[in-house]
Design a protein around this ligand. Sequence first.
Ligand code: TRP
Length: 316
Amino acid sequence: MNQFHKESSQQALGTDEVLSGLLTSEKSLPAKLFYDKRGSELFDEICRLDEYYQTRTELWILKHYLPEIISAVGSGVQLVEYGSGSSLKTRILLQALGDLVSYLPIDISGEYLNEVVQRLREQFPFLNILPVSADYTKPFLLPNLVPGSGIRRVFFFPGSTLGNLDEPEAIGLLKRTRRLAGPDGGLLIGIDLKKDRTILEAAYNDSRGVTAAFNKNILHRLNTEMGANFSLSEFRHHAYYNEPCGRIEMHLVSLRPQTVTIAGSDVFFREGEMIHTENSYKYTPEEFEELAARADFLSKKSWVDPEQRFAVYYLS
Ligand code: TRP
């Protein structure tokens, strides 16, 4: 057990953060609240939906261009993954990167992370796996690389999760990554590309309602972990493409006027009032390369599917 591995199985919810988001005219909740164990499982289900093209497209790119990707990443690597979840995509890399030094999955859901790591250790008994239970959108520590060891640190950030951050946050995270990667490290990152809004909107409004359940899981968490009394049937999932901002927006809409009590505070909702729960920014290749350049990252190579829906970049 190392000092970076926190024993707590779940990040405590910040009452102040939650209330300050709800006691304003433009209500919002922090998106990281999605990922408790149940949320992580629902998210895995989203990834298997027909409408959610992102996961299978990124997997296709990783498998189809694997030899090129492996050669871009190079050898003697410590692989660090942001928001590792089920580590599904990483398994492809772990199998192909023969001389990997270690794998550091970072995830906010400590409970889920421990389960996944247990399975990974069975599948990769010789791999040194060092799980880090942390919120990677905030500054965090990594074990130092031994100077002169020749080990290179490469980050893996799949799933277009960078798109869930707004521009200053995205640049902040890229800059911190750039610093942690050092002069000869890199970043392998998946980015969802701008495309027709019907395809985008379908991906966040699946017919089976899994995305809706995922979105509402936030309210369930506030009920069980913060003593709130949200009635889940009085809110509706709403996701749409805000084209001027280049992002999918996820909201929860109040179906009637209602008052909800959260940690002792009353929050009033008008009928139709929305809680903004998540953004998912989409980029053109030019926009993304410019963003990366602002964090001092250079796009060494990129791979795109034939329909140009999704791109994987190796930045250094
Ligand atoms: N980063 C992915 C995306 O924006 C995954 C994701 C995050 C997501 N939050 C979500 C997918 C909410 C569906 C619903 O697409």
